[in-house]
Design a protein around this ligand. Sequence first.
Ligand code: NCD
Ligand code: ZN
Length: 351
Amino acid sequence: MTRLTLRRPDDWHLHLRDGAMLRAVLPETAAHFARAIIMPNLVPPVVRHDDAIAYKSRIDAAMPEGASFQPLMTLYLTEDSDPNDVAAAAASGLVHAVKLYPAGATTNSASGVRNFDKVRPVLDKMAEIGLPLCVHGEVVDDDIDIFDREAVFIDRILDPIRRATPGLRVVMEHITTSDAVAYAEAQDDTLAATITTHHLVINRNHILAGGIRPHYYCLPVAKRESHRLALRAAATSGQARFFLGTDSAPHTDANKLLPCGCAGCFTAPNTMSILAHVFEEDGALDKLEAFTSLNGPAFYRLPVNDSTIELIRHDTPVSYPEAIPTEDGPVTVFDPGFPLHWAVAPQEGSD
Ligand code: NCD
Ligand code: ZN
């Protein structure tokens, strides 16, 4: 097969940042995706309905001309979040999810949750109105090995929260382990899981063997190969509970290449090319559309996109930028480590 037409994809977990970075990275996502769930971990975070209104207007102001990209806003859950403010933000149609960061788990998570009892009223309200909770599923305890933090989170935090809040709709974000795949597969349809592009491609050897590679460092950190294979099987299975959330998380190279560098892989520019490669390699190109364009809208109770994109398989490798320039310096694009042959066909009317 050399051509593949898909419903236009959506990205159910994206970091667009703000200011110069927002202006630089937004066109990369808007070029291929119709909608994205926009992460609220700015400094300061997007906590209240008013914060989301203001952030949405900054995104709209940075939108490239002619783009028809729709940001789906989220709120950052804090111990002071107000259930009525969350409900109003959802009722207005602006906000599509609330994001739970355990305090200290990842970039800009300091305002996240320490005491889960304190967010109970918000979770109860969300269960009542059907608003999804997007969960960064890692415990932060010093005595838990970083490679075990997702599996421990499921047992100690996620499962108890779901039992205590019947009906709460949860997205396990950027899952990285076979434990998370198995947990997701065993639940009812109140639970879904997103999988990133990079976790389908790299394991922890890519980060650490033969030299340290900061551009492969993200959170949750990539695990051993058996986990990557479990993620590949889940993503290519077509099961409705698994869908794409790239977690494209741009940081300038200056902020990645430090003694204590930032976590995040920037995959927005080449995600669709990489996914086509991965699904083709696994003999599952017929499942790609479910993963990128159908399963997510079904969980988020949104219509699938009317428009389509075309992926073309080229005989010779396709090129993509090594880095995207920003006013604050370059942002290196994720290198999958193999040549890419699939490319999104230019849209009519674009150059
Ligand atoms: C994200 C970021 O940089 O904001 N980093 C990452 O490694 N994925 C935060 C997150 O989603 O954990
Ligand atoms: Zn993220």
